[in-house]
Design a protein around this ligand. Structure first.
Ligand code: TYD
Ligand code: MG
Length: 481
């Protein structure tokens, strides 16, 4: 029989070690290993009927498969990220930095569901009742029949939830503060978080209500401890955004009941989080035309097209050492690759300049389709000439400089046309009939290019012809009429 000695568990990835060490072999993180008491030893020997197991019943694949009935919050942006609302019996993990607005949005959503006549409970382990009430007062939600409690004891919470008839939604704010007294570890440790989440999941499935677990995020941007939770829950949503910006983006990274990579956009106001129905207009609101180093990217976030401004700045390296590469909102490895392709395939010299790249508005872009827009911003900065302010860019760039197809071309173009753009630079499409080349939806002029050089040449030529700065922007790519 296994010895019941203490064990050392990494709080980041959950790996178990036999002794303490500074660095976890599992995930490579430092100082994440904490001593924990082992879970109760399991009964030894083979499991099976002789040990009291019951035979399970197997069924065929045919049968009732009606889509699960959902509870909509009425916050469109949240409902879409959830895949259409909360599914009964499901567990949703909501992660994000402290202060980003997790408690605020969940209180707003819970109060709306409660106001619709559905039993909704909000259990706060972080804040006292009065603090939550104060927030509700500011948000104008005090009339909602929401059930509010402050508790951290999972035993008490479970006992209360067992009593509930017909409950729709339970919010646990946060999973790191609740604890089970049968475990010796402190609240927030992997064992506690895992055991509490398992118990809440069991309750959700048996009592058929939806549970939302709030989880905090570490400096590195992963859910602290609860990373082990991502496997257990049905959906994981991250709440991201810059504290310096009003925008908050709710992103689904896992969803058993909907699409991932779907985003919801909110704006933090003094009345709580407001939905932003047209994020492109918001992200482009502060754009100033006729400035070099800026290009508009027609991107996709989940099922929705989103236009954002990409900004690049080159400045002579002061130190004389290796130049700085600073990126906000994009992958720095991808920037290095793109700069190498620009230098070796298109003879654009970025030289000993420091390069700064920024996605305006605080959005984080993961799509390779942004390559072409980033390249346009870089070339524009390098030649000190603005790109055409009425043009959007999208397309992936390969190592030989070839411009590759990306998904959802039509959706991107339609969004650009809707927001008043007149032209687009995009990958050359394989002729498939349909629309003639060069024409986009609603009269959008298309420059379909096959190589990065096709983007660079007109910009560079224009820069060579005229002194930069005050000159009007040129059409930078030959339009294929
Ligand atoms: P909160 O929901 O408490 O964040 P979390 O639960 O993720 O830690 O959000 C707190 C921040 O939101 C705080 O900095 C104040 C701000 N806020 C507003 O700007 N307006 C509001 O109406 C509310 C309720 C909060
Ligand atoms: Mg909170």
């Amino acid at each position: 029989m296994a010895k019941t000695s203490t064990r050392f568990v990494c709080q980041n990835c959950g790996a178990v070690h036999s002794r303490w060490q500074g660095r976890c072999d599992g995930c490579g993180e430092w100082n994440t290993i904490v001593e924990e008491q082992p879970e109760a030893p399991r009964a030894p020997g083979p499991a099976g009927k002789s040990r009291g197991g019951r035979a399970i019943e197997f069924v065929g694949l045919k049968g009732r498969a009606a889509p699960p009935p959902r509870t909509r919050t009425g916050l469109e942006e949240l409902d879409r990220v959830l895949g259409g609302g909360f599914v009964p019996g499901s567990v949703v993990l909501v992660g994000g930095d402290p202060g980003i607005g997790k408690s605020t949005i969940l209180l707003q959503a819970a109060a709306r569901i409660a106001s619709a006549g559905k039993r909704t409970l909000y259990i706060s382990g972080e804040e006292a009742i009065d603090q939550v009430r104060l927030r509700a007062l500011r948000l104008g939600l005090t009339d909602s029949p929401l059930g509010l409690a402050a508790s951290t004891s999972l035993r008490d919470i479970a006992a209360s939830l067992e009593e509930e008839q017909d409950c729709t939604l339970v919010i646990i704010d946060s999973i790191q503060t609740v604890w089970l007294d049968s475990l010796d570890s402190a609240p927030g440790t992997v064992s506690q978080v895992r055991a509490c989440a398992a118990e809440l999941t069991r309750l959700a499935k048996t009592r058929n209500f939806a549970v939302v677990l709030v989880g905090h995020v570490t400096k590195e941007g992963t859910l602290a401890g609860p990373r082990v939770l991502e496997h257990m829950v049905d959906a994981t949503l991250y709440f991201e955004g810059d504290r310096g910006h009003q925008f908050r983006i709710l992103r689904a990274v896992k969803n058993r009941f909907g699409a991932t990579d779907e985003i919801g956009v909110f704006e933090m106001t003094d009345k709580g989080l407001m939905e932003v129905a047209n994020p492109s207009a918001l992200f482009l609101a502060e754009r100033r035309g006729n400035i070099s180093g800026s290009a508009v990217f027609a991107g996709m976030e989940g099922t929705r097209p989103v236009l954002v401004e990409i900004q690049a700045l080159l400045s002579p390296s002061a130190s004389g050492g290796s130049p700085r590469r600073q990126v906000v909102g994009w992958d720095s490895g991808r920037l290095a690759m793109l700069m190498a392709v620009l230098e070796s395939r298109c003879r654009v010299s970025l030289g000993q300049n420091d390069v700064y790249l920024n996605i305006a508005g605080g959005l984080r872009i993961n799509e390779p389709a942004a390559d072409l827009a980033v390249a346009a911003a870089l070339v524009s900065a390098a030649t000190d000439r603005p790109t055409d302010p009425d043009r959007v860019f999208f397309g992936e760039v390969g190592l030989s400089g070839e411009v590759r197809q990306v998904a959802q071309t039509d959706l991107r173009l339609r969004e650009a046309a809707k927001l008043g753009f007149a032209a687009a630079t995009l990958p050359r499409r394989v002729a498939r009939g349909g629309r003639p080349p060069g024409k986009g939806p609603e009269g959008l002029r298309l420059a379909e290019i096959g190589h990065l050089a096709d983007l660079v040449a007109p910009l560079a030529a224009a820069a060579a012809r005229k002194p930069a700065k005050d000159a009007p922007p040129e059409e930078e790519a030959a339009e294929e009429a």
